[in-house]
Design a protein around this ligand. Structure first.
Ligand code: CA
Length: 303
């Protein structure tokens, strides 16, 4: 099989919506990256950030984080993506913190940031905060990233259940964010690596969905071939169910494998042939019926 035939077919769709708020403090990023080898498909740089802070601080913080990630990958194509992402997150933290420190009377500003760098089938994800990356594979949804939140820590330590975490009043309390402290915790960002398979879906999203959508909703709305439609349907369902927060989603869809496409084509051709064969059999059958009617009519007429 040639290198081109092995390439996954990737498409991306995205949507951000004010949801249940007046302003949108979320920012999103969808950029194509140059092909790794000439002739192969493009890569993607995807990110969602959920800002917080008064006096438009949230909007400024999430936009700053997104701009820094974009600029870093626009300048060069780093060989070590995880290292480049760590540097970008550190720079974003410093930029947001110093901007926030300049407005001493305003509440502190900060942002979450989840980023996915897709090169061919390989994905590197970096995360700080409680925006999430999900992988949908074989009709199963897996949360790739771990939230940096108080309730996520409590669940991990066995103090509360997942269900209690979802209902907790403290569910929005973050343990890590960009821009809220002078230096970013040296364990941050959390890095995850995965390899995509045909028909996978990768979702990056902010927490405005968590209270109003179930795992089945994500699976159902992302199973189609059009990621733009999936992102639009996810946000519109969250709005319909009266989310009180902003909602942002980026969906990456991996096309079916070549063998699956070939199998579908063969089944379609076979179905068509069967249809033609039925048609071919129908004509002699109709002729036979007409002849029988004619004979019966003839016998009746001459009797
Ligand atoms: Ca939010």
């Amino acid at each position: 099989m040639s290198a081109a035939a092995q390439d996954l077919q990737l498409t991306v769709g995205s949507m951000t919506h004010t949801g249940g708020r007046e302003n949108n403090e979320d920012s999103i990023l969808v950029e194509t990256l140059p092909p790794i080898t000439p002739g192969s498909g493009p890569g993607y740089l995807l990110a969602v950030a959920d800002g917080m802070g008064g006096y438009e601080g949230g909007e400024i913080a999430s936009k700053l984080a997104i701009d820094l990630v974009r600029d870093l990958f626009a300048r060069d194509q780093p060989a070590d993506i995880a290292l480049a992402l760590k540097q970008a997150y550190r720079r974003a933290n410093d930029a947001i913190y110093s901007q926030g420190a300049g407005t001493a009377d305003a509440p502190p500003m900060g942002t979450t940031l989840v980023t996915a760098v897709v090169r061919g089938k390989y994905v590197t994800i970096a995360n700080v905060g409680d925006s999430r990356a999900y992988l949908m594979r074989a009709n199963q949804l897996t949360q790739v990233t771990q939230d940096h939140s108080l309730v996520a820590e409590q669940v991990q330590q066995g103090q509360i259940s997942e269900d209690q975490a979802r209902k907790s009043r403290q569910r929005n309390v973050l343990t890590q964010a960009l821009g809220t402290k002078e230096t970013l915790d040296k364990r941050m960002p959390s890095i995850y690596e995965l390899a995509l398979l045909p028909e996978d879906r990768l979702l990056l999203c902010t927490d405005g969905f968590f209270d109003v959508l179930t795992h089945d909703d994500y699976l159902q709305l992302m199973s189609g071939d059009d990621p733009s439609e999936a992102a639009a349907q996810l946000t519109s369902l969250a709005v319909k169910r009266r989310t009180t927060d902003n909602v942002s989603a980026i969906v990456l869809a991996v096309g079916a494998s070549l063998t699956t496409v070939q199998r579908q084509q063969i089944s379609a051709e076979l179905a068509e042939q069967r249809g033609n064969a039925m048609g071919a059999m129908l004509i002699p059958a109709l002729v036979l019926i007409v002849v029988i009617i004619a004979i019966v009519a003839g016998i009746y007429f001459y009797m």
